[in-house]
Design a protein around this ligand. Structure first.
Ligand code: ADP
Ligand code: MG
Length: 148
C-alpha cells in the first residue's frame, strides 16, 4: 500500500484532481474513515478532475447521486445502510460507464466487486493521511502511475 499526507485542503484538491486524471469508465474507489476525515472533500476534488461542474454534496440522505462529467460520477454515501443488507441496485453502477466512489464502503462490503482502489482516510488536526490499497491489476497500475 501507499501512504500520502495532505497538510492542507489545497493539497487534497491537487491529489484528487491527479487521481481523477487516471480514472477510466467502470473504476471503483472505496473510502473508509471517520466523520470529518475528508471523504467528501476528496470526492469533490476527484469530481472536479472528472469535469463535473455541478456542486457535489454529500449524498447522506439520498445514498447515491449521479453527476455528468468527462466520465459520469456515481457518488455514494452508504452510512445509513450500516445495519441493513438492502441492495439499492449497486451492480448497475459498478458495471456502468462512470466512476463510482463509495463513502463508508465497509457497510456494503458484500456488494462490492473485489477489484477496487481502497482509500483509508485519517485526520489529525489540519492534516489528512490517505492510505491507498489497490486490489487487482488495474488498480496496482493506477497506483504506480499516481505515485510516480
Ligand atoms: P467526511 O466525508 O469524511 O465525513 P468531509 O470531507 O465532509 O469528511 O469533511 C472534512 C472536513 O475537514 C471539511 O470540513 C474540510 O474542510 C476539513 N479539512 C481540513 N483540512 C483538510 C484537508 N487537508 N483535506 C481535506 N479536508 C480537510
Ligand atoms: Mg462524507
Amino acid at each position: 500500500h501507499f501512504k500520502k499526507t495532505m497538510h492542507t485542503i489545497e493539497e487534497t484538491n491537487m491529489f484528487g484532481q491527479r487521481l481523477a486524471g487516471l480514472l477510466q469508465p467502470g473504476d471503483l474507489i472505496t473510502m473508509e474513515g471517520d466523520l470529518g476525515a475528508g471523504k467528501t472533500t476528496l470526492t469533490k476534488a476527484i469530481g472536479a478532475g472528472l469535469g463535473v461542474t455541478r456542486t457535489i454534496n454529500s449524498p447522506t440522505f439520498t445514498i447515491i447521486k449521479e453527476y455528468e462529467g468527462r466520465l459520469p460520477l456515481y457518488h455514494m454515501d452508504v452510512y445509513r445502510l450500516e445495519n441493513s443488507d438492502e441492495d439499492i441496485g449497486f451492480e448497475e453502477y459498478f458495471s456502468g460507464e462512470g466512476v463510482t466512489i463509495v463513502e463508508w464502503a465497509q457497510f456494503i462490503d458484500d456488494y462490492l466487486p473485489k477489484d477496487r482502489l481502497e482509500l483509508t482516510l485519517k485526520h489529525d488536526g489540519e492534516a489528512r493521511t490517505i492510505t491507498l490499497q489497490p486490489v487487482g491489476e488495474r488498480y496496482e497500475k493506477l497506483c504506480k502511475e499516481l505515485t510516480k
